[in-house]
Write a protein that binds this ligand. Structure first.
Ligand SMILES: [Zn+2]
Length: 61
């Protein structure tokens, strides 16, 4: 199942698809797909590098 990160509060959670509202902060925010697709993160479910990424750095990727 994909992992998502809330762009507002940084909450990371697992879900089929991003919800309309963040389960943590309750805001309607953008959710980033932080699912791990490589062995680098140790298959913990989400990629720590993507989780650490700040929204304003997105354009670098
Ligand atoms: Zn949130």
């Amino acid at each position: 199942m994909p992992w998502w990160k809330c762009s507002n509060c940084g909450y990371v959670f697992e879900a089929d698809k991003p919800p309309e509202r963040c389960p943590n902060c309750g805001e309607k925010c953008t959710f980033y797909d932080v699912t791990c697709y490589t062995p680098e993160c140790g298959f913990t479910g989400y990629d720590p590098k993507l989780v650490a990424r700040k929204p304003n750095e997105e354009s670098r990727f």
